[in-house]
Design a binder for this molecule. Structure first.
Ligand code: NAD
Length: 360
């Protein structure tokens, strides 16, 4: 990959490669855009097939964080870290402390926390070396796991989708297919079961499937056929790029609303979903709950305030869906336009000199 070309194409500001020989740490931090404030985004640990795949993930995910923060009306920019390694075998106190020391050198330009393959306990180690962390366990002064609040946001998106499509936002009797039963997916299952939906689930980890099916009595299907399961709502809560030029034709749902980042392998697929009559709740709006929680933590954590802001995802999406129909534009395109407008507006406002005080 030609890194500067990729940065130019997507508008990234900074990419930092961090290596520590003693611990074997290989981490990439990508800062996409700090127009609105310091970059905020999770730190993923994954056994990437290649360094290029890790870099691509960091670039795509950090860009998505800029959109997510802007769409949520937050004064934060977009960034993401990836650690190359197997979360099951390669974690150690020293590895996360080495990561923490590198993070500290950025002086708060990037603030991070748990993501796929990491959890708050990993960052308890990192916190001994850096201040720039969020979502630490509550016992360590953080706001804790973000899965619950993210799943609450997914529920808002599902309800908004149902309201727009059927004029009734009840999940009772609706069929929901959940792909991925991790920190978010299993709580999405809990919420939609409680709301009276009929639920189908899949995960590549049979143990995760066993736990969820035993607990909620939901129907398991294999991970390859969940996409083509007939349902009202398909909820991607695993990894990104699940909707490709090939899989978009196999979907048999009315609505897509899930927590996974970068669900569309290509933004143009939003148009294809629209042509197929499938209502797409853009991922970076649907899954903003976790970000809203950690951003709130940086401003004096108030769980009721977070809940209120996550509830607003419902109205935001309803307006977006209506506008998308009225203007004949795919929901994801329209959402991106709103983000670009916000970035431009605040970029322009930040040119105003405020007497030497740096903006927060
Ligand atoms: P997680 O690592 O806890 O869970 C992911 C689950 O997906 C795992 O159980 C894994 O086995 C499963 N999986 C992976 N590939 C799969 C496949 N092909 N088919 C079926 N299952 C598969 O992660 P998480 O925190 O639950 O996050 C899930 C998604 O939501 C991620 O894309 C993440 O970036 C996104 N997200 C999470 C949060 C949060 O608060 N945790 C916030 C915003 C977005």
């Amino acid at each position: 990959m030609n890194i500067f070309d990729a940065m130019e194409r997507h508008g990234h500001e900074q990419v930092i490669f961090n290596y520590d020989k003693a611990t074997g740490l290989k981490a990439i931090i990508a800062i996409h855009d700090t127009t609105l404030g310091p970059a905020l985004g999770g730190c993923r640990m994954w056994p990437y097939a290649s360094e290029e795949a890790a870099l691509e993930d960091a670039l795509r995910l950090s860009e998505g964080m800029t959109y997510k923060a802007a769409a949520a009306g937050l004064d934060y920019g977009g960034g993401k870290a990836v650690i190359i390694g197997n979360p099951l075998t390669d974690k150690s106190e020293a590895l996360f402390r080495a990561f923490g020391r590198f993070l500290e050198t950025l002086g708060g330009r990037f603030i991070t926390g748990e993501d796929v393959g990491t959890d708050g306990n990993d960052f308890v180690h990192a916190a001994r070396e850096t201040r720039y962390l969020v979502a630490l366990p509550e016992a360590y002064g953080g706001s804790g796991d973000t899965g619950a609040v993210t799943s609450f946001g997914v529920l808002q998106a599902m309800r908004a989708g149902l309201m727009h499509r059927y004029g009734d936002d009840s999940l009772r009797g609706r069929r929901v297919a959940v792909q991925g039963l991790g920190k978010v997916g299993r709580q999405v299952v809990a919420r939609v079961v409680e709301a009276g939906a009929e639920v189908v689930v899949a995960d590549i980890d049979p143990q995760a499937v066993g736990v969820v099916t035993a607990q909620y009595g939901v129907e398991p299907v294999d991970p390859w056929s969940i996409l083509e399961t007939p349902c009202d709502i398909f909820s991607p809560c695993a990894l990104g790029s699940v909707i490709t030029a090939e899989t978009v034709e196999r979907l048999r749902c009315a609505i897509v609303a899930g927590s996974a980042n970068n669900q569309l392998a290509d933004e143009r697929l939003g148009e294809r979903l629209r042509e197929r009559g499938i209502l797409y709740a853009p991922d970076f709006i649907t899954n903003a709950g976790g970000l809203l929680q950690v951003a709130d933590e940086l401003n004096g954590y108030r769980p009721e305030r977070v809940r209120h802001r996550v509830e607003a995802i419902y109205d935001f999406l309803l307006t977006l869906f209506r506008e998308s129909d009225a203007r004949g534009i795919a929901t994801n395109r329209l959402a991106l336009t709103l983000v670009e407008e916000r970035l431009k507006l605040y970029h322009d406002i930040h040119r105003i000199f405020t007497g030497g005080r740096s903006r927060t």
